[in-house]
Design a protein around this ligand. Structure first.
Ligand code: SF4
Ligand code: FES
Length: 271
């Protein structure tokens, strides 16, 4: 006989019931950018299906610390799908089997007894810092090359003084939801950053405030992504399929349209 939380009596004894999953994890361990890495196998037990993937990694790390081992390094911040910090390859898929961020992936997507391979993003412009953490500052440099608008400071203008068609504001907003996680690069066989750059070019290029620097923005951002060593886009579409924010391939068409127009107008990248 057991007594449930609300005080009701139950003749079924659930106390010995084990709901958690037992998993085998094969995790990429690499001590530093130039160290040789390897997959290391760990077991975790009694993992709740309601845990997030990162919480499951927390359990592994607590276990490793208790055993005197080095915990697995991985990036995370908000754990709410908004900051773009998290991201690992899970069984060869960027962010795993669901189209979401790693922090929003739940263990109910896996089965008891599963073996899960966990690796860092694989792209030479994203060098491994340690274990699953990679250096994504290449994205910051692409933004610095043109992903901004220049406006005088002072009082904000009255919102209705610049009218924006609804379809443009919707498309700009959709593109602006890119969180810079890098899954698009990791999923692309060419390690292309085109979807990321296109999202940034599109969300500014559709707004009136983005027009004065539109041509310079696109040529400089594209030149910077080439300098960083990202591959060329061949319209495979893995990027969009892996993107947790569903950024569409249409943004890449918009970037190409803008780039052609800018080059025809004589815009050239800063050296
Ligand atoms: S386009 Fe999507 S996958 Fe690429 S960085 Fe932005 S949110 Fe991440
Ligand atoms: S930790 Fe912020 S998006 Fe995952």
């Amino acid at each position: 006989m057991t007594i449930t939380q609300d005080g009701a009596r139950s003749s079924v004894d659930h106390s010995s019931e084990k709901r958690g999953m037992n998993l085998t994890l094969r995790v990429w361990r690499q001590n530093g950018p130039t160290a040789k890495g390897k997959m290391v196998t760990y077991k975790v037990t009694d993992i709740s299906p309601d845990m997030s993937f990162l919480e499951m990694l927390d359990v592994l790390n607590e276990q490793l610390i208790m055993e005197g081992d080095d915990p697995v390094a991985f990036d995370h911040d908000c754990r709410e799908g908004i900051c773009g910090m998290c991201g690992v390859m899970i069984n060869g898929q960027a962010h795993g089997p669901q189209q979401t961020t790693t922090c929003q992936l739940h263990m109910r997507s896996f089965k008891d007894g599963d073996t899960i391979d966990i690796e860092p993003w694989r792209a030479s412009p994203f060098p491994v810092i340690k274990d699953l953490a990679v250096d994504r500052r290449a994205f910051d440099r692409i933004i610095q090359a043109g992903g901004y608008i220049s406006v005088p400071t002072g009082t904000a203008p009255e919102a209705h003084s610049i009218l924006v068609p609804k379809k443009d504001s919707d498309a700009a907003f959709d593109a602006a939801t890119c969180i810079g996680c890098g899954a698009c690069v990791a999923a692309c066989p060419n390690a292309s950053s085109m979807l990321f750059t296109a999202a940034k070019v599109t969300h500014l290029g559709l707004m009136p405030q983005g027009q004065p620097e539109r041509n310079d923005r696109v040529v400089n951002m594209v030149a910077q992504q080439d300098r960083e060593g990202f591959g060329g886009c061949t319209n495979i579409g893995e990027c969009s399929a892996a993107c947790p924010k569903g950024i569409s391939m249409e943004t890449i068409s918009r970037l190409n349209h803008d780039l052609l127009g800018a080059l025809r107008a004589g815009a050239r990248p800063k050296s």
